[in-house]
Design a protein around this ligand. Structure first.
Ligand SMILES: *Cc1c(COP(=O)(O)O)cnc(C)c1O
Length: 413
């Protein structure tokens, strides 16, 4: 069914399983070429937060396509980009007042890193060219962002020698774990090396592709305080956590301080078109303002694409109008009730937060065959390494959620 010319992501092309051919998708359901219907438990790497083909968002996209599908943002502007910048500033934590659009989560993070380095250079400090990241982090697949993914990460291990070296610290093990040891580790690195560090970057509260690991808001607030003491910025990569996944509109809403830079992607454009936004505080922005040689030298071709921006605007409107946060809390309770009591020899941890549940097993072999098992029961699950997870679209019904949970539990019982 697959073209021999098509190269697939994260896959050994010789041995990969035949991919499922999808004909159409509606709500949380994927329809295969043979008309089989599967409930999508992971919303296409957690970006399709409104479900597939959401009527209002599809209409907004079509209207924008009929008037202005694209125009460059160099020397030109348009209502969708202006309105989305205003809207993002109004819904994100106070202080993030400036928006730089990019064209994918990875690029959004690259932009944040460049911004942090240049912030210091614009202030006359030339030596701050490195970053602190969390162990088990994932920030995308382009080069600078690969360097801030965990060293031990097998995904990017081949590129050692090519990538710049960065600093890594362990976050507290769980959201409730004592934070002292984690902060001491951070303070040690800051004390030793802050002169060469531009910023610390975190996936706040929930690390996604690194295994849906949780840490607490207190850690983030304390880490930022330490960073600022050493003239190091704090960057939140909210590409996965943004738009409700952890139970608030942004994970940052659960933390008492505003980060210096924040990146949005994935759910921002609802899985329709690729878009990212890198937001910065006024303090950051002002160092780029005035002197011509301090301008920010970045500008993707599709930056602020009007269709993507129109989709994002409609998505944000629907998110509020349809009270998604209430629904996300209901999903969290449902996941707690159905999955948190699951016990099995192979399970080491079950993590649930907002509209996310992850079952971690000791050995990846314990998940071998689960994808076929789920598929035979009408559910699309795609575990990786030791993690079996669900991140459904927020429009999912209780009945559909029950089916996902039954399949996840059924695998172990
Ligand atoms: C997916 C993801 C990215 C990368 O986004 P792309 O759009 O795939 O480039 C970056 N950071 C986090 C936290 C992500 O989950």
């Amino acid at each position: 069914m697959r073209s021999p010319h098509l190269w697939f992501p994260y896959a050994q092309m010789e041995t990969m399983a035949e991919p499922l051919a999808i004909k159409s998708a509606q709500g949380v359901k994927l329809t295969l070429e043979d008309n089989t219907i599967l409930i999508d438990a992971i919303s296409s790497w957690w970006c399709v937060i409104h479900g597939y083909n959401h009527p209002e968002i599809t209409t907004a996209a079509k209207e924008q396509l009929d008037t202005l599908p694209h125009v460059m943002l160099g020397g030109l502007t348009h209502a969708p980009a202006n309105d989305l910048a205003d809207t993002l500033v109004s819904i994100t934590p106070d202080g993030l007042n400036h928006v730089f659009f990019g064209d994918s989560g990875s690029v959004g993070v690259e932009i944040a890193l460049k911004m942090a380095v240049q912030y210091h250079k614009n202030k006359g400090i030339q030596t701050k060219n490195h970053f602190i990241a969390l162990k088990n982090s994932y920030h995308g697949d382009t080069c600078a962002v690969m360097s801030i993914a965990d060293d031990d990460d097998s995904m990017h291990a081949k590129f050692q020698g090519f990538l710049p070296k960065q600093f890594f610290v362990s976050p507290p093990e769980t959201s409730e774990a004592p934070i002292n040891a984690a902060l001491e580790e951070l303070e040690y690195i800051l004390t030793e090396s802050a002169d060469s560090i531009a910023a610390m970057i975190v996936e706040p509260l929930m690390q996604g592709a690194g295994g849906f690991r949780l840490h607490g808001a207190d850690y983030l607030a304390a880490a930022q305080k330490l960073c600022h003491k050493h003239n190091v910025l704090m960057i939140y990569d909210e590409v996965a956590t943004g738009f409700g996944r952890t139970g608030t509109l942004f994970a940052a809403d659960q933390v008492s301080v505003t980060p210096d830079i924040m990146i949005l992607g994935k759910g921002l454009s609802a899985g329709y078109l690729t878009l990212s936004a890198t937001l910065a505080t006024t303090e950051i922005y002002e160092t780029f303002y005035g002197n011509p040689s301090n301008a920010f030298m970045h500008g993707p071709t599709y930056m602020g694409n009007p269709t993507a921006c129109a989709i994002a605007l409609k998505g944000i409107e629907v998110f509020k109008k349809d009270n998604y946060l209430d629904r996300i809390h209901a999903i969290e309770s449902f996941l707690q009730r159905s999955l948190s009591t699951l016990v099995h020899d192979s399970i080491v941890d079950i993590r649930i937060k907002g509209a996310m549940a992850c079952i971690e097993v000791i050995d990846p072999a314990a998940l071998k065959g689960v994808q076929d098992f789920a598929q035979e029961r009408g559910v699309w699950l795609r575990p990786f390494e030791n993690y079996l997870y669900t991140c459904p679209a927020y429009i999912i019904t209780d009945e559909e959620l029950l089916k996902i949970c039954s399949v996840m539990k059924g695998w172990f019982n």
